[in-house]
Design a protein around this ligand. Structure first.
Ligand code: ADP
Ligand code: MG
Length: 360
């Protein structure tokens, strides 16, 4: 079921928690609401769920306006970071709970409930734990049971609020993959709240970047990463080097010795800020034309399959982060304190005070 939100606003007293939110969630997609703590993600999710009401604006599920529909009539499943399982109930009883409390006229009978719970436990691959109590489960297992419970009543929407926030990094990574697989298997429209850009980039079809109660930009994960529309999105979606000593003059971007033609139509010199991701910087062991600057290799960190370098620019002592593959690193044969040169393979730039700008 698709979701459409139009001109939605919500304040707590004087505080505007959400301002003019406009959003489409396509049917069957996994959409991530991504942003720093306090930007309004949970508030928006709770409004979609019907646990909270907007002050103004419209909310549609498919073609139906649901703004005034009670949470029980919205057919949504939830899973929250701290949505604890019932301690005094077994895994089976926890998953069955939502079915047992359905109004009598639509409630499945005992055998149907048992069959449904079995099916769900199979889906989350924990059927062998039906009889145990939550205290006997690991954190990851608990969240998998919580998902089975959220899916019990066959919701049309699945809403996930930082579902793996309390788990350690390795389990979190495994569960991300697992959740994406289940999402594809079921094809259920899902909205995931996270403050973790890596989680959003890895899992979501669509990412909605939020900041201070507003949507900054939304789109497919790859397009957001490669074509950020403003400084906030550029900086929030991963590591980036910021070069403040750049300008545009006579139709050229100038950064250190680097020159690149740009079409701005403006004749006067303007200062710009240039953003280059660490994997978009090329290192050269000899001076060439069109490098930004020379630099000294200050630090070399080998992190799994990635080599992370810190360079120190000759010109202004700025520290520049560069990520290489092991193959690139071997070819360059870099040593600490070696002098190198560097240039951007790809960059984004914004005029400050920033507005939507252009890219080469
Ligand atoms: P996020 O989930 O992105 O961290 P929230 O949606 O929880 O952000 O909160 C957004 C803002 O609204 C925060 O500043 C928070 O303090 C405020 N807020 C959230 N819920 C309430 C509430 N019930 N009463 C007052 N302020 C609230
Ligand atoms: Mg939150």
């Amino acid at each position: 079921m698709s979701i459409r939100i139009q001109h939605l606003n919500k304040s707590y007293g004087e505080y505007p928690a959400l301002q003019d939110i406009n959003l489409q969630v396509p049917n069957g997609s996994l959409t991530a609401l991504l942003g720093p703590s306090g930007c309004g993600k949970t508030t928006l999710l709770r409004i979609i769920a019907g646990l909270e009401y907007a002050d103004s604006g419209e909310l549609f599920f498919g073609d139906e306006e649901v703004s005034n529909l009670h949470v029980r009539e919205r057919r949504v499943g939830f899973m929250f970071q701290h949505y604890a399982l019932f301690r005094h109930m077994t895994v089976f009883e926890n998953v069955a709970f939502g079915l047992k409390v359905m109004p009598r006229r639509i409630r499945p009978d005992k055998d149907e409930i048992a069959a449904r719970v079995e099916e769900l436990l199979k889906l989350v691959q924990l059927e062998w734990l039906a009889k145990v109590y939550p205290q006997q489960l690991s954190g990851g297992q608990r969240q998998r049971i919580a998902l089975a419970r959220a899916l019990a009543t066959k919701p049309k929407l699945l809403l996930l609020d930082e579902p793996f926030g309390a788990l350690d990094a390795k389990v979190r990574k495994e569960l991300r993959q697992w959740l994406v697989e289940i999402h594809h298997q079921l094809g259920i429209t899902s909205v995931l709240v996270t403050h973790d850009q890596e989680e959003a980039l890895e899992m979501a079809d669509q990412i909605v970047v939020m900041n201070q109660g507003k949507i900054e930009q939304s789109g497919a994960a790859a397009s957001l990463y490669d074509h950020p529309e403003n400084v906030f999105v550029t900086e929030f979606l991963g590591e980036v080097n910021v070069f403040e000593d750049a300008c545009i003059e006579q139709g050229q971007l100038c950064l250190g010795h680097y020159r690149e033609p740009v079409s701005t139509g403006e004749r006067t010199r303007q200062n710009v800020t240039v953003y280059v991701r660490p994997q978009e910087i090329q290192i050269l062991t000899e001076n060439q034309s069109n490098v930004i600057d020379s630099a000294m290799v200050e630090e070399i960190h080998i992190i799994g399959a990635q080599i992370r370098l810190w360079l120190c620019r000759y010109n202004n002592k700025q520290r520049v982060q560069v990520w290489l593959s092991p193959a690139e690193f071997r070819t360059l044969n870099l040593q600490p304190e070696q002098i190198v040169w560097f240039k951007p393979l790809r960059l984004t730039m914004f005029r400050l005070p920033e507005m939507v700008d252009f890219m080469i």
